[in-house]
Design a protein around this ligand. Sequence first.
Ligand code: LLP
Length: 431
Amino acid sequence: MLNDFLEDRGGLLHFDGCDLVALAREHGTPLYLMSESSIRARLSELRLSFLDRHENVSAAYASKAFQTLDILGLVRDEGLCLDVVSGGELFAAAKVGFPMERVFFHGNAKTGAELAMAVDLGVGRIVVDNSSELQALDSIARARGRVQPILFRVTPGVDSHTHQKISTGTIDSKFGIPLDRSVRDGYIKAALGMGGVSLKGFHFHIGSQLFDRGSHLLAIGIALDLLAECRRDYGFIAEDLNIGGGFGVRYIESDHPPPLAYFTDAMMEAIDSGCSERGLSRPRVIIEPGRWMVAEAGVTLYTVTSIKDIPGQKKWIGVDGGMTDNIRPSMYEARYEALLANKAGTPRSQTVDIAGRCCESGDVLIRGIILPPVEEGDILAVFTTGAYHHTMASNYNRVPRAALLSLREGTARLSVRRETYEDLIAREAFP
Ligand code: LLP
């Protein structure tokens, strides 16, 4: 099995102790399942490998990966920090009473309204991406008699060798401030002279789904040079260095992601030794895992609706979901493993392609997967769907968004109800 929380009990696939066929029957499909036990296991690993192992470090959960009020409550209770990237994510965090001083607000195109909301709520760090934002934030904060703590998002110019659409650290990235001296000088001098903001340090995020720490280590070296130059040139001492997320997870059998400590031990070693070489006192180090916390906690269930054999070509298995609940195959050529939940013990014997239900040739969930003989009504369970699925879902073709259950040791709880057809038209004005 792809992860420790999946289990074949007499031919019936179970996840976190729950019978998937029974859940599909009771709640309908497509159905997102999130294993709270799996998320809690990651939280323990995060604590053991990082938070308890080093002084003056924080972890901010990157909630764009998976955000519900439920998980915000869990992250709040665990004492973690939180990465949000929009007014909507911030609003939800405020709803669960998330302590705002532990929030990092990211984004390359924050609006004035979002900045004002963040200042009013008392967000701990706004991560400023560009000079328009810097100017706007300074005015907003001054108008309120506030001094907003900020970080600058910088672009270390490191290629993280992941899918181009999830690589963010290269020089020409749309994210962050280029480290070119002529550009960055202007930003730092401006911020240090502003009455409405207080510069606390820097942030970078180089990419996602990484199995190798090399790019992070390169970026760390570049960031430490920046800290040393800031101290020398402006007498500015950074309190925070936020090194982003990107830690990879297991989607398919051949993926072997390293444990978190593979990244964080080497990063902390590089930061500690790099700071002492440069005579710097080490800033607080923040990591921002998103996918790593939740991806493997997710399973999506579908019902097989059709089987189409094209002789000499391929066999299509049609299911009742697709790019509306999982955009990742069409957007990033992402690959997945799956099993038939009602035939978990049946030998796999045929290669098929899983077709999503949307009117797009590109809506194919899995290409070339080997499954047991498939029949209409079978329940297909697709694994590692906990990150960037629920949060990236759409209503294309007016498909209602799926319900989401939170599982824990054999019990299932409704966390997000299924959208109704009425929900789909609720915002529309119709004379
Ligand atoms: N911090 C910042 C500033 C980020 O932009 C991101 C992700 C993270 C942390 C968390 O990265 P993670 O640990 O999850 O790799 N939709 C894409 C992934 C986009 C990632 C965007 N930023 C996907 O489904 O693969």
